[in-house]
Design a protein around this ligand. Structure first.
Ligand SMILES: NC(=O)c1ccc[n+]([C@@H]2O[C@H](COP(=O)([O-])OP(=O)(O)OC[C@H]3O[C@@H](n4cnc5c(N)ncnc54)[C@H](O)[C@@H]3O)[C@@H](O)[C@H]2O)c1
Length: 359
């Protein structure tokens, strides 16, 4: 079926886990049950069909390095679970725009406002033959996200938005991709077993057992640069909306709720700790309380999900499907254009793979 040519912007921990994952599972048989993937062969595509052809970042410590080396360069701190051979793809400088929080410039070895001269991103994408561009930019990079979405349009690539900025869930952007005959998926990638899916499952369980949910919180702490970046509350507004709506959309009534990243604890590195609390009311008006703690390596958690998204987007490109891919977006992202319960979203993706559902 040919290869799937993928470009990434933001060579941080998530890109590291994705690229490692592709090499970790490169030689598996078609029958291997891979934890975290829908199928080892997805619409005819295998993991080994994925090829990384271009990468962009703004960190001088990563720019100019082979992608295989850049993914293990600090401040990246996620677990190394696979060797990655030299890929022959150098990390190229993109424009910073709003990608770096004020308190983080110094760590990049840059004065605020300084940047490595950026390349023409659309030209690089075109020359690399990329089928799609994945955005793994930091939370709060609204302008940078729009810039890369636009470069994908200019280059004729599909766009996958892994971060909590609203592109796939924004009808104006969806229309722009539709008009350009290009597929789009997003927004804000959902982890295999992360805070969002756990919280959604608990709320669903209470709802299905007739418990009235009265209040809930989900507090998250971690020690990677994603969490350091998110200590600035102004960068967080869309992250809070995305994570909150992923849970509250399951309830037909409003409740007091607080969900989002809560602190940076450097020694945790890429380990994320999540505390979920739910208070409900059951038969006899009697209260019930649930307190859960999740402790998980953050970045590998969404890498398998992304491998399925990449293959869904390639299928859409093969089939000439343009605009938002509603089924894979509902399954794999926290803030999709159409939000449905997870079992229904999975069914939609199965139908999409079989060609029974257009998008
Ligand atoms: N861990 C998960 O499972 C998960 C789930 C949902 C969403 N996300 C989101 O994915 C994104 C990436 O997460 P991460 O852990 O890899 O973060 P990270 O901080 O490790 O990586 C971000 C990278 O983007 C680079 N960057 C900053 N501005 C840029 C620009 N203008 N152009 C190109 N590169 C730029 C940084 O230098 C860094 O290398 C975050 O927004 C995160 O919230 C992750």
């Amino acid at each position: 079926m040919g290869s799937i040519k993928v470009a990434v912007t933001g060579v941080g921990n998530c890109a590291s886990s994705l690229i490692q994952g592709v090499y970790f599972y490169r030689d598996v048989s078609d029958e291997t049950d891979i934890p975290g993937l829908m199928h080892p062969v997805f619409g005819g595509y295998r993991i080994r069909d994925i090829e990384f052809v271009a990468a962009f970042d703004v960190d001088p410590r990563k720019i100019g390095k082979d992608l295989a080396e850049a993914i293990f360069t600090p401040p990246n701190c996620t677990v190394k679970f696979s060797d990655v051979p030299k890929l022959g793809v150098k990390v190229q400088p993109g424009p910073i725009l709003d990608g770096v929080a004020s308190h983080m410039w110094k760590a990049f070895g840059l004065e605020e406002g300084e940047e490595v001269e950026p390349v023409n991103v659309a030209d690089v994408l075109r020359e690399s033959g990329a089928d799609m561009l994945i955005s793994y930019l930091p939370v709060g990079s609204g302008k940078a996200t729009e810039f890369y979405a636009n470069e994908a349009l200019r280059a004729g690539c599909g766009f996958i938005n892994a971060i909590p900025e609203f592109i796939a869930s924004d009808p104006v952007w969806a229309k722009r991709f539709e008009d350009a005959n290009l597929p789009l998926a997003g927004d804000d990638i959902k982890s295999q077993i992360g805070a969002t899916i756990l919280h959604r499952t608990l709320v669903n369980l209470l709802e299905s057992r007739g418990v009235k949910v009265e209040e809930t919180y989900q507090l998250n702490i971690g020690g990677n640069t994603d969490f350091l970046n998110m200590t600035v509350e102004e960068r967080l507004s869309r992250k809070r909306i995305s994570k909150t709506e992923a849970v509250t959309s399951l309830l037909p009534y409003e409740i007091p709720v607080r969900i989002g990243p809560s602190d940076y604890v450097s020694f945790l590195k890429d380990r994320k700790i999540c505390y979920i609390y739910i208070k409900g009311r059951k038969f006899g008006d009697v209260p019930v309380y649930i307190d859960v703690k999740l402790n998980v390596e953050d970045s590998p958690n969404s890498a398998g999900v992304m491998i399925d998204v990449i293959r869904a987007m390639k299928l859409a490109l093969d089939r000439g499907i343009k605009g938002v891919l509603t089924s894979i977006s509902a399954y794999a992202f926290k803030h999709p254009p159409i939000q449905v319960p997870d079992n229904i979203a999975r069914q939609w993706v199965e139908e999409f793979i079989e060609g029974k559902r257009e998008r």
